[in-house]
Design a protein. Structure first.
Length: 115
C-alpha cells in the first residue's frame, strides 16, 4: 500500500510564495513521474507540473517562470515552489506519483491567494 502525504498549502497574498511538499511512503521500489495538479471545484483537474525520474520537467503555460517542481528521490518527495502567486492560482493542489503498473493521488492541499 502506498500513501502520499501533502503539506505546505495555505493562505497567501498575491505576489507571495508557498512551497508544497508531497512525501510517498509504503512498499515502493521506484517512482517514475511525479507531478502536481490542481482543481477548482467547478472545473476539471488540471496539470500544473511534472518531473520524471531523470529530472525532466514539464509545466503548464500558466505557471511557467513562476513555479518550480523538484524531487528528492532519497526521501521519495516531490516539491512545488510557487512564486509570484496570483488569485487565479487558488485551488486544491494534488500530487500524483506514477509507480510501476499504477498511480496514486494525494489527499489534496488548499492554496488560497488573496488579491
Amino acid at each position: 500500500q502506498v500513501q502520499l502525504v501533502e503539506s505546505g498549502g495555505g493562505l497567501v497574498q498575491a505576489g507571495g510564495s508557498l512551497r508544497l511538499s508531497c512525501a510517498a511512503s509504503g512498499s515502493i521500489s521506484s517512482i517514475n513521474v511525479m507531478g502536481w495538479y490542481r482543481q477548482v471545484s467547478w472545473k476539471q483537474r488540471e496539470l500544473v507540473a511534472t518531473i520524471s525520474s531523470g529530472g525532466g520537467t514539464n509545466y503548464a503555460d500558466s505557471v511557467k517562470g513562476r513555479f518550480t517542481i523538484s524531487r528528492d528521490n532519497t526521501k521519495m518527495t516531490v516539491y512545488l515552489q510557487m512564486n509570484s502567486l496570483k488569485p487565479e492560482d487558488t485551488a486544491v493542489y494534488y500530487c500524483h506519483c506514477a509507480f510501476t503498473g499504477f498511480g496514486s493521488w494525494g489527499q489534496g492541499t488548499q492554496v488560497t491567494v488573496s488579491s
